[in-house]
Design a binder for this molecule. Sequence first.
Ligand code: NDP
Length: 249
Amino acid sequence: MNASLSGKNALVTGGSRGIGRAVVLTLARAGANVTACYRTESEAVRELEQELKEIPGDHHVVRADVRSKEEVDRLVEECRTRYGRLDAVVNNAGVISHVPYDELAEDEWHRVVDTHLTGAFLVIQAALPLMGEGGSIVNIGSRVATVGIPTRSHYTAAKAGLIGLSRSLCKELGGRGIRVNVVEPGVIETEEAAKLPKEKYEQLQARYRQLTSLGRLGTPEEVGGAVLFLASDLSRYVTGATIPVDGGI
Ligand code: NDP
């Protein structure tokens, strides 16, 4: 058993920035052919394409909104045409907002729940015909899903939903040799965190130095490491698991 993904094909949603970008690069460096999707055109998309050119393999960065069945079907069809088969599917695409429950508009509820939960439903359902024995589905949840946090009820509801989805699917798909797991990041230092005003950023750092056993925020690459474990044969007897990557909160 080893962590090589040589000869394997992976689909990662929301790969243009943050954790998704690190997951894409980690899987590609481990030998997988990786297709990543994003929703908005940006410099980050071009940079990812450039970075992937330096890594051997058949990699693609495709625009597809995971909330749209039509766009998800087109994304998976591109994987079918190019690879014929998918070995790993990582549902990472996500959005967040901080809104008191009394003020949470239905549109905002749908934007967040549809991106995290309906997006995962659509992607997994479309990808399943390309998956078989040894396949691995990794859903990126959140450490706050089962803890709760004020002003993020829509986000935590969607992330907790991913745990239920994964538990049921691990039972439904286990007979086909397909594993389904959740990775729950704690607070991860992405480009977004770095954009906070200096004072807020220092407050965040100080708070998590206190809160985590390891005394610091996590990096996107550290989440990528857990996803690589779950995508590879190293975890071939791990399914239905929820793995926190949170520095020991
Ligand atoms: P970012 O906001 O940095 O990146 C989100 C990615 O998802 C971007 O590539 C974005 O693309 C893409 N995306 C958003 N909406 C859609 C959509 N509808 N269709 C396709 N792609 C989409 O997020 P993070 O890296 O911080 O978070 C990644 C995942 O990890 C999320 O699921 C998040 O909830 C989870 N997480 C993050 C934590 C953290 O501390 N950062 C903690 C716990 C969980 P585009 O640029 O085109 O919008």
